[in-house]
Design a protein around this ligand. Structure first.
Ligand code: BES
Ligand code: ZN
Length: 837
């Protein structure tokens, strides 16, 4: 890894209290003018003031002490690009006390989706237009105006925007304007509005309904009212992240906000609900109370990523969203955190590149998962009480992780600090090994913890140990924990009463704990009938198979044994269980693509998915919920991808009817039909799909198409897709995923990696310092399967720097080596097993 960069934090001898800020964007020249007057407090005598500023020109800066009459001190301006800051030096020392700093500056409305930037859109008549938008997190407010751009330096703002009369101007607080937009007040009188592209106001209705329900829900949950008079949600065409929680003015990429009742899929609706829930939670967690420093970023992101589920469960119980949490967040966390190149939730960060780097699965998904575990450990009442204490104590201020533990510890009377410190200050998590014996009507379990490592090899340095809240359920009451305990040492015995010898006993009831469980094969066998008849609840079925796949990948059990357990899922009907299982089988399929036995894997898979697909049919039943639609999509996609003849024929027929306009595809069938015709298609299909892309009006549809066109078989067409990804037909924020779309085959992975290397300079220039660069590294390297590739990737990045993606590169290389080891160890036996099926 490259050396840590020297990076200086701002001095603390002067602090801002209020900014009077005036910004004037010029949308013809892509520039902006700015003026600010900052009321500051000088805490100790100094001849200079340092604040953050990046890619801004300062025309003049001066300081006026409150008691200096009209006397202005003119500053000499010196930029320090390596610290993204500017030093204003004065001819004489500023004395402790109040004063005003006045700065005139100019900047560019850039095309990098950060700071104060331009976003391109088309008007309803097809005219190309631009808007000006801000994105300040993590360290880019300094690109819009010179400021103290650190989370602990809070101040108030008076903002004036100077814009042409025919433009809408929005800021955090109400701006006088008259618009005909979907708007509503929540039950507490807060004005809630959704801003959509012109002419698409009905696409804001769904998010508006979610927001109007969510605000009162959070008011009640936190027992603290949303403090601003209004909140706007706005869709921005060019947007790097999914959404951004600006206080009172939340910005979204279009696909995270806009829902067309006819043309949006169930998954999109669910996603919009989650993102709205997430960003609104930040109005409390992040905005009202802010982390002291980026080390505690997870307090924002982990917490919001947890409570978004609570909110969606409240608004839309039909999504059974907490089961999906086990797949999307817990699963994601456990996968990444088993790597030797993972990191602790709380981690020292300095340079902006290091800050950008931690917007990752650890801060979000592991953060959310440890909160879920903690919530279960202390109980909802204590949790709410502690949360309210914490928010009340720190509102309009900053907090660190320990502050939250203290409030929750007090509210619950439990050793929250001791327990949670083991989860946030050390990386990784344990595997709990279970051995059991029957003693009369009791089952006595011996639980032993050790660090779980993705390769099964313990860390060379450090000793790891966790305080693990453990819950245990049994066959007689599968949904309820029979025993709850705290595993706070390496090993201990737990007695579970009233269990007969043939009954299963499951550790980690409902997969609430952030750990894996390894059973003896005899114990495991008891689960098989309970999986088949589904008396083992969905989250437990899901967690069980997920642990098994991970243990197999680590070489701790055999993959063939796991595939035998997969056979028990014959009657599975839960979308999320299928989804997780599909992810795990998908990993194996990627490996087996490199062997001559891939056809056997396809046959195995087709047999596996056929019964579900048949029971659901192609057409939605009137009474069905969104999960049925999502399961249909999943099963058909698999069958189509693996070339099931019946599925391919039907998909082609429906695609033709769609293209000709005879029978348009319902939104939930578009995904599987598009993918199936592409995987099994030729140049004609490709051109038809490109035409659909050009004609698509909704970003959701453009994204759906552009992510699947790369699955076309022909290498020549795949190359076309890669060029298309870089063209201005694809928005910069989507390019990475379009590039990733070609990696469905061995040859596609090769093309993609070659392309990324060839275009590295351009891609790096576009995405440097952002999380999209990490995603690019991931899609283009993660699925290689040989040691030679691992070396090649390492070597490439030795000479091609990728700040903010350094850790991701290490993780990808580690993943490639894991794949290589698995291939060596198990591909032969797995193929033999598949052939015998
Ligand atoms: N605060 C983030 C936005 C952000 C992300 C800013 C990365 C800077 C860098 C926002 O609250 C967020 O987490 N958005 C998520 C969506 C969410 C539903 C997981 C995102 O952008 O992916
Ligand atoms: Zn967030």
């Amino acid at each position: 890894m490259p050396e840590k960069k020297e990076f200086k934090r701002l001095p603390t001898d002067v602090k801002p209290e209020n900014y009077t800020l005036r910004l004037q964007p010029d949308l013809d020249k892509f520039t902006f003018k700015g003026q600010e007057t900052i009321d500051v407090k000088v805490l100790s005598s100094t001849t200079s003031i340092t604040l953050n500023s990046e890619e801004i020109e300062i025309q003049s800066a001066c300081y006026k002490a409150a008691d200096a009459g009209d006397q202005n001190l003119k500053a000499e301006v010196k930029f320090e690009p390596e610290n993204a800051s500017v030093v204003l030096s004065f001819p004489s020392a500023l004395q402790p006390g109040s004063g005003q700093l006045c700065i005139d500056f100019t900047g560019e409305l850039n095309d990098k989706m950060k700071g104060f930037y331009r976003s391109k859109y088309s008007s309803p008549s097809g005219e190309e237009k631009y808007g000006a938008v801000t994105q300040f997190e993590a360290t880019d407010a300094r690109r819009a105006f010179p400021c103290w751009d650190e989370p602990a330096v809070k101040a108030t703002f008076d903002v004036t925007l100077v814009v042409p009369k025919n433009r809408v101007a929005l800021s955090n607080m109400p701006v006088k304007s008259e618009n005909d937009l979907p708007e509503d007040k929540d039950s507490d009188g807060v004005l809630v509005r959704v801003y959509t592209p012109v002419g698409k106001k009905e696409q804001g209705q769904f998010a508006l309904e979610v927001a109007v329900k969510t605000l009162p829900f959070y008011n009640k949950y936190f027992q603290i009212a949303y403090p601003l008079p209004k909140i706007d949600l706005i869709a921005i065409a060019d947007f790097a992240a999914g959404a951004m929680e600006n206080w009172g003015l939340v910005t979204y990429r279009e696909t995270a906000l806009l829902i067309d009742p006819k043309n949006s899929s169930s998954k999109s609706k669910q996603w919009v609900a989650l993102v709205v829930g997430h960003e609104l939670a930040h109005q409390w967690f992040g905005n009202l109370v802010t982390m002291e420093w980026w080390t505690h970023l997870w307090l924002n992101e982990g917490f919001a990523s947890w409570i978004e589920y609570l909110c969606v469960d409240y608004c839309f119980p039909e999504f059974d969203i907490w089961t999906q949490f086990v797949n999307s967040d817990l699963g994601r966390a456990l996968e990444m955190d088993a790597l030797h190149n993972s990191h602790a939730i709380e981690i020292p960060v300095g340079h902006p590149d290091e800050v950008d780097e931690i917007f990752d699965a650890i801060s979000y998904s592991k953060g959310a998962s440890v909160i879920r575990m903690l919530h279960d450990y202390v109980g909802d009442e204590s949790f709410k009480k502690g949360m309210n204490q914490y928010l009340t104590k720190f509102k309009y201020k900053n907090a660190v992780t320990e502050d939250l533990w203290e409030s929750l510890g007090k509210a619950s009377g439990k050793p929250v600090l001791d327990v949670m410190t083991t989860w946030t200050k050390q990386m990784g998590y344990p595997v709990v090994k279970v051995s059991e014996k029957q003693e009369g009507s009791n089952r006595v379990l011996t639980l032993t913890q050790e660090k779980f490592c993705a390769d099964g090899v313990q860390e060379k340095e450090g000793s790891f140990s966790w305080m693990v809240p453990v819950s245990i359920s049994t066959a007689s009451d599968p949904k309820k924990a029979a025993v709850v305990t705290l595993l706070d040492k390496t090993s201990m015995d737990v007695t579970v009463p009233n269990v007969s010898p043939d009954q299963w006993v499951k550790v980690n009831c409902e997969s609430v704990g952030v750990y894996r469980v390894q059973y003896s094969s005899e114990t495991l066998d008891r689960f098989i009938p309970a999986i088949k008849n589904k008396t083992l609840p969905p989250r437990d079925r899901l967690g069980l198979q997920n642990d098994l796949f991970a243990l197999a990948r680590a070489g701790m059990i055999s993959t063939v044994d796991v595939l035998k357990v997969v056979g028990a899922f014959v009657n599975e009907d839960d979308y999320t269980v299928w989804s997780d299982l599909t992810g795990n089988l998908g990993q194996i399929s990627i490996l087996l693509q490199n062997t001559d036995g891939f056809e056997d894997f396809k046959t195995f898979s087709k047999k596996l998915y056929k019964p579900v697909a048949q029971s659901l049919g192609w057409d939605a039943k009137e009474s069905e919920g969104p999960l049925a639609a999502m399961l249909r999509e999943l099963a058909l996609t698999r069958l189509g991808k693996y070339g099931d003849e019946e599925t391919v024929t039907e998909a082609r027929k429906r695609f033709e009817n769609h293209v000709s306009g005879k029978v348009p595809l319902p939104a939930d069938l578009k995904g599987p039909v598009y993918l199936t015709v592409m995987v099994n298609g030729d140049e004609t299909t490709f051109n038809q799909m490109m035409k659909l892309y050009d004609e698509a009006d909704m970003q959701e549809e453009k994204v759906r198409i552009s992510r699947c066109i790369g699955s076309i078989k022909s290498d020549e067409l795949k190359k076309k897709v890669l060029d298309f990804a870089m063209s201005d037909k694809v928005r910069s924020q989507d390019t990475v995923f379009v590039i990733g779309g070609v990696t469905g085959t061995v040859q596609g992975r090769e093309l993609c990696w070659q392309f990324v290397q060839d275009k590295w300079t351009e891609l790096h220039e576009r995405y440097k310092g952002g999380f999209l660069l990490s995603r690019l590294v991931e899609v283009s390297t993660d699925n290689f399967v040989t040691e030679a590739r691992a070396k090649e990737v390492e070597k490439f990045f030795e000479t091609h720097s990728a700040p903010a993606a350094e850790r991701k590169i290490q993780q990808s290389v580690e993943n490639i080596r894991l794949n290589a080891k698995w291939m060596e160890r198990e591909s032969t036996s797995v193929l033999k097993f598949l052939r015998s099926q």
